[in-house]
Design a protein around this ligand. Structure first.
Ligand SMILES: [Zn+2]
Length: 403
């Protein structure tokens, strides 16, 4: 917690965000329990809780069990039916833009997904995607727009944006989108946004040291240490997809050789399966795509893995081994409480997770991995847009998590 003096409004905002977090994490909870947890006076808690109830963010749940004074305390929780406050979450990935209207509990109410089209500026395409989910939502109070962007984005410069696969650089997204919607706009690297989303809406609510691994078209890590996002000096921390695992391996999109990305992204895994089939390895995949390897998708591999297809399981073992080795580095360096996995490759489930876990534990020190949870993110396929939406709440209510 920052040490702040003299600014009553700021202290109030920090207390409000802390109270909201305690309610979200521990609901149902009474005012007295909140005061005890945060070491605040009961008058402060009562006044802020009244505001949160008036704003429709928190609601009373009825009476709890008798306390020491013989009274039944009123229990509080976040308002599931809150029709007042929403946030828009946007994910800019290598092929297009996803947008969603998300309520304060992290539920997606409406979403849109469009591939990039030729001739349109990135800013225009993002604005169009946001309009699609904000249609008919004028009566709602949208607190802001959060954008998770694939690649490197430095919030302190606000204009530095690089989407590697699309080779898009230096877009001034924030300014243009704020001007269009007259709402606050927060932008982060997509994996960092997912790590923040896991804190608000996933399984990291009570954790201070954890890592979100996003394994899909690329591989990245959102690293939270002592409750704060670790962004690095140039906001490029967590680029674990570009850790070298094969010094003489394939050329990577970053220009180096043998990066983890070259063996374990969705594209790399599909490439390896195609290559095995081309070498004559028998696989149920051939039947699933009616003999046309161009039709192989990550869903085809999920189906084949569930049928115990040896060819696909071998490729997943190969990729899972390298991911697990890199996870072992993270365990040794960071010693986190948990690693949460997200992205299309993580959603292949146990067939690859078991290899990731096995290798992560085999190649890390026992002391560094003791008690660590390695599991799929609770936010599943919506992790990107929910993570982006959570940037609004994070920045407005608890900015000190962001370095
Ligand atoms: Zn690379």
């Amino acid at each position: 917690m920052k040490y702040i003096t003299g600014d009553k409004q700021m202290i109030k905002e920090i207390n409000k965000s802390s109270i909201l977090r305690v309610i979200q994490t521990n609901a149902p909870i009474s005012r007295a329990q909140i005061a005890k947890t945060l070491n605040l006076t009961s008058a402060t808690v009562s006044s802020i809780v009244k505001e949160l109830i008036d704003e429709g963010i928190v609601k009373s749940l009825g009476s709890g069990t008798l306390n020491g004074s013989g009274r039944r305390p009123i229990l509080l929780m976040l308002n599931n039916n809150n029709t007042i406050s929403y946030s828009v979450g946007v994910h800019i990935h290598k092929n297009g833009v996803e947008a969603a209207l998300v309520n304060l509990l992290g539920n997606v109410l409406k979403s849109s997904h469009r591939d990039f089209y030729k001739g349109g500026e990135l800013e225009e395409q993002v604005i169009e995607a946001i309009h699609l989910v904000m249609e008919n939502a004028a009566q709602r109070n949208i607190i802001g727009i959060g954008i998770g962007v694939n690649g490197i984005y430095n919030p302190s410069k606000d204009i530095s944006l690089y989407i590697p696969a699309s080779n898009m650089r230096n877009h001034t997204l924030k300014e243009k989108i704020e001007a269009e919607f007259h709402l606050p706009v927060y932008i982060e690297n997509d994996t960092n946004a997912m790590a923040i989303g896991e804190k608000w809406y996933g399984n990291a609510k009570t954790l201070e040291n954890y890592i979100l691994l996003n394994i899909g078209s690329g591989i990245g890590a959102g690293i939270v240490i002592n409750g704060k996002l670790c962004c690095g000096a140039g906001h490029a921390a967590g680029e674990i997809g570009h850790i070298c695992v094969q010094p003489n391996g394939l050329q990577c999109i970053c220009g180096k050789r043998g990066c983890l990305d070259t063996v374990a992204t969705e594209y790399s895994i599909i490439r390896e399966v195609k290559s095995a089939i081309n070498r004559g390895t028998k696989s149920v995949v051939t039947e699933l795509v009616s003999g046309d390897p161009r039709k192989i998708t990550i869903d085809t591999l999920r189906q084949a893995a569930s049928l115990q297809d040896a060819c696909v399981l071998d490729v997943l073992k190969y990729a899972g081994q390298y991911i697990g080795i890199v996870v072992s580095y993270l365990l040794n360096i960071i010693n986190p409480q948990a690693i949460f996995l997200s992205g299309s490759v993580a959603h292949l489930g146990e067939p690859i997770l078991s290899y990731i876990r096995e290798n992560a534990l085999a190649f890390s020190m026992d002391e560094s991995s003791a008690g660590v949870r390695i599991e799929v993110s609770a936010l599943m396929e919506n992790a990107n847009v929910i993570g982006a939406a959570s940037l609004n709440i994070q920045n407005r209510l608890q900015p000190d998590i962001i370095a």
